[in-house]
Design a protein around this ligand. Sequence first.
Ligand code: ATP
Ligand code: MG
Length: 250
Amino acid sequence: MTEIPRTHPRYLSLTMRERLVEGVRLGVTAMQGLIAHGRGEAFDYILGEKTRDFALKAERAAVAMMLLAKHPVISVNGNAAVLVPADIARLSKVVGAKVEVNVFHYSPERVEKIKNYLEKFGMEVLTACDAVLEGLESARRIVDSRGIYVADVVLVPLEDGDRCEILKKHGKKVIAIDLNPLSRTSRMADITIVDNIVRALPNMVRMAEEMKEWDREGLEKIVERYDNSEVLAEAVREIKEHLEKVADEF
Ligand code: ATP
Ligand code: MG
């Protein structure tokens, strides 16, 4: 890996790129994942690369929903695996969620590699691929009968819109992490976290550690009061305002 000097103004962003390139080298991340990351980066740039209030609100509601769930599952692809493996392990422990590998660019070898990679961070990983989500053409339809297939709440970082829609048709609540508030995924999900996964997951772990002590009523209130359309509108407005401010400064 290229050594990035800590003093570099874009240190974090460059480190993420290095991790993803390493992920491709290991056969964990798909080449297409690099392109998807680039789209995310662009949105992060215009959001000022920090967690905004609307994202915190969504992260809180997501944690509440996962704590309330009977069978919460964290769906992991090749990007999420290399960007936040330790946080996936932490979150799954605190909220009691299963971790399942689910990729768009499928091969049994790749799924196995992601599983092995994640297991080094101390978590159990589902990869049975023994059940099918009807109505979906892509490889993402193949799921684990103990995981996504029976889940009531699924956390899907960096998801594509189609599967999000199918998960919903199968009666599941979907929590998306997507820096693009305009994507189909963002509009489809029950809760959309418009934040970089590298900030969203640590935030969620922190919140979950506190909220796991709460009674169900408190958690239910947070979920009931949550309005995803409002959060997406806030995200778009925030981008607009941020850009206007930048324009004024030129
Ligand atoms: P849709 O079908 O939902 O309209 P898409 O298929 O074009 O979207 P994909 O390329 O499948 O989107 O998924 C990548 C999405 O993940 C992008 O919208 C991008 O903004 C987001 N993304 C990429 N990297 C990150 C990251 N590190 N954190 C959060 N979101 C990210
Ligand atoms: Mg898509």
